[in-house]
Structure formats: C-alpha cells, structure tokens
Write a protein of this length. Structure first.
Length: 337
C-alpha cells in the first residue's frame, strides 16, 4: 500500500478526533444499513494508517500509532531537557512571536488553514522554542550578522519583511458566457455575492467559501494577470463586470469583488531583529553537542509504553536520538502579507 504522508499537525487532529468520538457508546461510530461499526475498529485502523517519516537520514513508513507515540515521547523529552538545562521557553519569547504574527497577518485565518486552535499552536510553538533554545544556548550572533541578513531579505521579491499593496477578493468563475451573465444579473438584482458564488461559480476551491480567495497582490503570479488587474481597479465593496480569462489551456469567465484593500507595509530592522537573531543562531548552531546530549538524556530516562505492540519503541528511540524531522527547529519568518 502506498504510504500516506501525514504531518504532525494532521496526526494531532486525528487523535483529537479519536478522543472526541470516545462517547459514541452502544450505537457505534458508524451505522451502514443497520450494521453497526464499533469505534474500536476505527481506532485499530487509525493506528495502522501508514505515515512517512525520517529515520537515520532516510524516509521510512511506519504505522500512525507508532509515529504518534514516538512523537509524544520525544516532545516530553525535549521539554524536560530544556527545563533541565534552564533554557525552557519563556513567556516573553512566546508573547513576542504571538504578537508579531497577530500584527503582521490574519492570524485567525492562518490557524484555520493549518487546522489547529490557538491553544494547539501555542503548544507546538513551545515545543519548537524548546528545541531552538537547546540548540542555540551556546551560540552567539553579532549585530552585524543580523543587519546583513536583514539587508539581503528586504531586497528579495517577495520579501518576508514587505507586505505589498494588496486586495482581499472574492470571485465567481464560470465556463460559459451565458452562465456568468446569469450570475451577473443576479448580482445586479441585489443578490448577495457569496450566495451567487456558492450557487453558480464552477471553481471548486472558492465556491464553497462564498467565492473567497483571500489577499491578493500584484506579484502573485499564480493568479492570472487579468484577475489581478481587475481587482486593483475595482473599488472596495464593489464587483466588476464579467471578463474573459485564458491561462494556458484554462478558459473561464470571471467576476471579481473587492472586500478590502491595504497599503504596502515594510517592517524595519528593529521590528524583526529578534526573529532574525533566532534564525541566524539556529543556522550557525553546532547540532552535534545537542544530539549527543539528547542521546544521553534518552538513555538515562525511564520510558515505559504499556501496550505490547509498542513496548519496544523506547529501546528503538534510545538507539537513534536526533532532532526529529517532524519537529522543526525554526520557521521561516511569517511574511508581512
């Protein structure tokens, strides 16, 4: 069977679902034509879902149950080791990142896209910060290095520190002029744009979302130029007349509505200095001492898994302790878009 690659976030969501379904009781989890399917069957299948992960520098496929248990054990070990070394994440570190993300983008929308709550995001960030602090506790970075990194990043197109002028748009996309004219007439008659988009738009990704695309800038080449041009020419709260778009082999008629507009914003060196410092420090850090310390910490730790099929996991982990691939040591600074 071909392996299904699931991220740590996906696994967490799956396990949350398992807990949420724990109260299904006698009626079962699923009922097909009167045949009851117990939640135990769901749990058993979920545990066997193949997940791709990195072990010893190579990609391997393991059952989801094993993957989750290894991740949970590793998370606890990393946070415990950070406390042991007196480099546990501080409230100041967490608040600084949270405030930065809320200031520079639609944080709630980002969480929805990732499929996590703010509480789960904080938990993941605490774990990531533990790894960062452990890796960089003996690494120093000069102010000159930070300024050099900023100067390079600010010149990139797109730059993580520049939010270009942008529009928040919704669209109605139809394959024929007759259908787009039908949609346009409904709008002219006072019908809500989102309702018409859900009823008539043929774009599978935006129609269920009432046509919402999100924020669009002129440098987003994944969106055809005619749509970008129409968006920036259209006033806020208005929609444009239908127009034809051909992008390679794709042809369609489009109506664009502009919900919001915002000006270009550039983050100063002072705004992002702390974030750059962390990323540069991680890049410069020597990982060998960290891996060695983690190996020793796992070896001296008492780890017990009270399930026969997973009982050997602690011994397996003690033989190969490194920074897990599913736990990133740094994230690219969120673009100011």
């Amino acid at each position: 069977m071909r392996g299904i690659k699931l991220s740590l976030v996906t696994i967490v969501v799956l396990m949350t679902l398992v807990l949420a379904l724990a109260g299904c009781g006698r009626k079962g989890l699923v009922n097909v034509n009167g045949e009851r399917i117990a939640k135990d069957e769901f749990y058993a299948r979920l545990e066997r879902v193949p997940v791709q992960t990195m072990k010893g520098g190579r990609t391997v496929t393991v059952p989801a149950g094993q993957y989750v248990i290894e991740q949970i054990i590793t998370e606890r070990l990393l946070t415990q080791l950070a406390k042991k070394d007196n480099v546990a994440p501080t409230d100041a570190q967490m608040n600084k990142k949270l405030n930065y993300l809320k200031k520079t983008g639609n944080f709630a929308a980002q969480l929805r896209q990732m499929g996590v709550t703010e509480q789960e995001w904080k938990r993941q960030m605490m774990l990531q910060q533990s790894v960062v602090n452990l890796l960089t506790q003996k690494t120093t970075v000069s102010n000159a290095d930070l300024k050099k990194t900023y100067d390079v990043q600010i010149k990139k197109v797109p730059s993580p520190f520049v939010r270009p002028e942008s529009c928040r748009i919704a669209v109605i996309i139809c394959k024929t002029p007759e259908k787009i004219q039908r949609a346009y007439k409904l709008l002219q008659d006072g019908q809500d744009f989102g309702t018409v988009a859900m009823q008539l738009s043929e774009d599978k990704s935006t129609a269920p979302l009432q046509g919402q695309v999100g924020w669009l800038s002129m440098d987003m080449k994944v969106v055809p130029m005619p749509i970008r041009t129409a968006a920036f020419a259209c006033p806020v709260g208005k929609y444009c007349q239908p127009f034809f778009v051909q992008d390679r082999a794709d042809k369609a008629w489009v109506i664009v509505k502009v919900d919001q507009k915002r000006r270009k914003a550039v983050q100063s060196f002072g705004d992002v200095k702390d974030l750059i410092e962390e990323q540069v420090a991680v890049a410069k850090a020597d990982r060998r001492p960290f891996n060695k310390e983690l190996q020793a910490f796992i070896a001296e730790s008492k780890i017990v898994v009270n399930a026969d099929r997973y009982a050997k996991i602690p011994d397996m982990m003690k033989k190969s302790a490194t920074v897990p691939s599913g736990l990133p040591t740094s994230r690219t600074t969120t673009p100011a878009r």
